[in-house]
Design a protein around this ligand. Structure first.
Ligand code: GLC
Length: 484
């Protein structure tokens, strides 16, 4: 009997947990490959990302050198080392070039366009050296968008690449990679005969190029895949997404159920489960202590954990939170950094209500877990949210989300109601981008908190919802199989 050839899948992205990550993309790329590998028996799943200064030593030590060569990027020849390690059945490749990646910040450098053009070229050019030509090349966000473009331009007729299929996943349409048209060849190494693929609104747009070139385009939730066809959410790309609608779909992210597990988590004060919530009460007490807040068991503790960026809905928070804090017996803990305006606002609340508010202006994963575990209510009123992972993590740790009905928040959190003694939904949600609606839903959550029994039932219920990769990994696999 002939054995079926293994399907080779190569994911490409700018970051992945636990090696180096700054946000949700890193969470997803740190868990999706292993979830696919575990579920898709006849697959060989690998991932490639840059080797940053931020790479943790414990992993750096495990790296093995695969090959060294020179990458051709326009007129440049640049060193490239490919290193690898294996984790959870997945091979991770790291592109090493200290000139481009030995920097304090992963993103936000003046030459990001060139850095990621180099990275994408290196990915294409490493394949013959590794003897690994994937059946599916799955790129994520703007940093790896050019792999889709190179695949369908320069490599289009190259035999080994010809049948490779490209999938492009948009994690956040706000970051597209826009550059002056004049540098198409010089920086990106793309011939001007392909200018029409890359140009959008008078400039080079890497994300647009990937949307045009990929065989399938996905986003990280079904609702977001619909929203981005309209100007409110598209950041200008709705025309191109409508044209490519036939290949566009949305698959909801999952979270890493081993890393985020209140039953085993070493980062939290006490572990707990839906059946035994006593550990959660200990986590709350410890959090209050850590934040210098009165250790009161029955005062609801509201948490906000987010990048302090405009589209996270913080302008709504800014308009109502002082009144929520002043007029209710509540506590509020904020974790995040970002725009100065919001940092200052939360510092102001902290200074004015030291017995009620703690503003932690930083980014710290273990601290975030202590907050997810210790809080009662999690507020996430995003203006736009491709998927959002925080509402899922909060649920897993028994912290009831208050969310706006947009993107992945809409797909994962449904509004609470009661009927004939039954409770429905798994959070408090509102539709319009309005501070009045946000305030109303926070107060509804506070009200239900006062009814201890129903609150406990809701807490147990949300902890038992499956936000793991179980369902979504299967959807990716189905797409891979259909494409091959
Ligand atoms: C981006 C999005 C977020 C999503 C994450 C992972 O960070 O803003 O909504 O959950 O990517 O896909």
């Amino acid at each position: 009997m002939a054995t079926k050839k293994k399907k080779k899948i190569l994911m490409v992205g700018g970051e992945a947990m636990p090696f180096a990550a700054t946000g949700g993309l890193g969470d997803v790329l740190g868990s999706l490959p292993a979830a696919v590998q575990a579920e898709m028996k006849n697959a060989d799943v690998r991932l490639v990302m840059p080797l940053y200064s931020a790479m943790k030593d414990e992993y750096r030590k495990m790296l093995q050198l695969e090959c060294v060569f020179e990458v051709d990027l326009a007129w440049r020849k640049q060193y490239c080392g490919v290193l690898s390690l294996e984790k959870d059945g997945v091979i991770y490749y790291f592109i090493d070039n200290e000139y481009y990646f030995k920097r304090p910040d992963m993103y936000g450098n003046f030459d990001d366009g060139e850095r990621y053009a180099y990275f994408c070229k290196a990915v294409m050019q490493m394949m013959p050296r590794l003897g690994f030509y994937p059946d599916i090349l799955h790129a994520h966000d703007w940093q790896s968008a050019l792999t889709m473009v190179y695949l369908k331009t320069e490599y289009r007729e190259v035999p080994e690449y010809k049948n490779m299929r490209g999938i492009y996943t948009i994690h956040n349409i706000a970051y597209q990679g826009k550059y002056d048209m004049g540098i198409l060849w010089d920086i990106f190494g793309i011939d001007y005969k392909y200018a029409s693929i890359m140009s959008y609104d008078g400039c080079i747009n890497l994300m647009k190029g990937a949307i045009v070139c990929a065989d399938r385009v996905t986003t990280v939730s079904p609702t977001y895949s619909k929203e981005i066809k309209y100007p409110e959410h598209s950041e200008g790309l709705h025309y191109i997404l409508r044209e490519n609608n036939y290949k566009l779909s949305g698959i909801l992210n999952g979270i890493d159920y081993d890393y985020y597990n209140p039953e085993t988590d070493k980062a939290i004060k006490a572990t707990f489960t839906a059946d035994d919530l006593s550990g959660k009460a200990k986590c709350k007490k410890a959090l209050q202590k850590e934040c210098g807040l009165p250790e009161k068991k029955n005062v609801p503790l509201i948490a906000i954990i987010t990048r302090l960026a405009g589209h996270k809905g913080l302008d709504l928070v800014e308009r109502i939170m002082e009144s929520v804090v002043a007029n209710n017996d509540v506590q509020l803990v904020i974790l995040g950094k970002g725009e100065e305006r919001y940092e200052n606002y939360f510092k102001y609340l902290d200074a004015k209500y030291p017995e009620k508010v703690k503003a932690l202006i930083t980014y710290d994963r273990d601290l975030s877990k202590r907050i997810y575990a210790g809080a009662d209510i999690f507020v996430m009123p995003s203006k736009s949210e491709p998927c959002g992972l925080a509402q899922m993590i909060a649920s897993r740790y028994g912290t009831v989300p208050v969310t706006r009905e947009t993107g992945g928040l809409y797909d994962s959190i449904k509004g609470y109601y009661e009927l004939d003694g039954e409770i429905y939904g798994n959070g408090f949600t509102f539709a319009n981008y309005s501070e009045a609606e946000l305030k109303d839903r926070i107060e509804a959550a506070l009200g239900l908190y006062g009814d201890g029994d129903k609150w406990t039932r809701l807490t147990k219920k949300i902890m038992n919802i499956d936000f793991s990769w179980n369902i979504s990994a299967k959807k990716y696999i189905e797409m891979y199989e259909n494409l091959c």
